[in-house]
Write a protein that binds this ligand. Sequence first.
Ligand SMILES: [Zn+2]
Length: 129
Amino acid sequence: MSDKKAVCNQCDSSLDEAYNLPEAERKPCPRCGSLSRALQISVSDMVELRDQVRLRHKVPGRSRPQAEIVSGDDLHRKSGIWMRLSRVIDRGKNWYEEKIVNPSTGKVEHHQSHPLDEHVGHGSAKFKK
Ligand SMILES: [Zn+2]
């Protein structure tokens, strides 16, 4: 789904008229008087179909959350496919778990779980050698 909107080709004002209106039926742009039109396609609703939930378990007096849970849609950059991601970072139990499932095939594309202090490659961990 996409939202097609007419915009003025001269000054980029969005116009309250059908994007495919013939030139003879157009009214001059209220801002600059131009009859030239451009088509603007909004793809914002594509983004809204994706959702991700992030939970943070904060402990008073500590700056970093004790546990973080991320669950939801995640764009896999290599393949361009939206995957189902669940990630748990539990500092209290020193545990890291990440699972990525392809929702169309049900295949587990990636799964790792190990003690958090062995985790390398994300965030501040990558600066440690
Ligand atoms: Zn204009």
